[in-house]
Write a protein that binds this ligand. Sequence first.
Ligand SMILES: [Zn+2]
Ligand SMILES: [Zn+2]
Ligand SMILES: [Zn+2]
Length: 340
Amino acid sequence: MIDLAVEHVEATVGEENERTCWGCGLRVLLPSNAPIFKCGWCGAITNQRSRKRKDKSLWWRRWRDRCFVSVVSLFMLFILGGGVWAVYPVVFSISYFCGIFHSLVTAILAVSTFTTFGLAAFRCAGRPPDIQWGSYPVVGKGDLEDYTFCLYCCKPKSPRTHHCRSCGMCIDYMDHHCPFIGNCVGATNHRHFIIFLISSLLSTMYVAIICSYAGWHIWPPLRFTSLARPYAFGNGSVLRVVRELSLALLSSATLLSARGIILVYLIVSSLSVQIGLTVLLWQQLCYIYEGETYLSHLSSGAGGRSGERDCQNLVRFFGCPYAFLRYLPINRSSRKRHRK
Ligand SMILES: [Zn+2]
Ligand SMILES: [Zn+2]
Ligand SMILES: [Zn+2]
């Protein structure tokens, strides 16, 4: 890439090396036929080889995203409805207070999960601000520093902006395109996405615990054929006990009611979703702590990290008010470091 000043270019320019900057419209003199150059006035990067692109498969990606969002919404509704139907008779049979307490916990978790899911999925992930470009008097010096030209949107694209081919637009501070919310995770909905992950993780943990408890209450009694007899441990007796126990569990599982089957399904599915959510949430919190997004992490992978590791990044991300921030120990230690 070539960085050039454009003053007096028009007077001295030779035909073969004259290029026009897309950002400010000024003509730039290049010493060679380099296809990529940076304008010395506005700072925009021009790639002569790139051509305007049209995305023909956008409708298919939008359709795929909508299907994913519908499946995820139905799954969440099923977990909520199935859980209430299978667990509530058990908790209300214990005591009225126990039933009311679990109803309240369920309502809080359901409202927070569905609300943050809606905000993450249906809110625009981050439309880049409209900036003026294309003509010299309007674009000031350095106004488009390191901006490139989006060949899909035909608009300037800042270094922190990426074009998402699934959303069909440029997204400010794009982290990644998430098929499960059918939307990008960017400047506007990143916080909602993280709170959605935390809320879903807590909900699946709660579902696994309460369903295991209800399942234990309604599980048919185990029938052992020979376990009652005294065993002399050793000589493979542990293996026999395990075999007996598995057979007893399997035979009693065949006697399970529809409620019992739903409970087993809820336990297995919530535990498997929990594993995926934990990995995703941990990865996301690590990127925020490092002051990066998933995409900036990928692009900085070869050339080292771009952000600074700091707990302040996490505090800033979750938007803690300044008055509260002053009393946090991490804030004091970071201020001391800045003073040095
Ligand atoms: Zn320029
Ligand atoms: Zn774009
Ligand atoms: Zn997207």
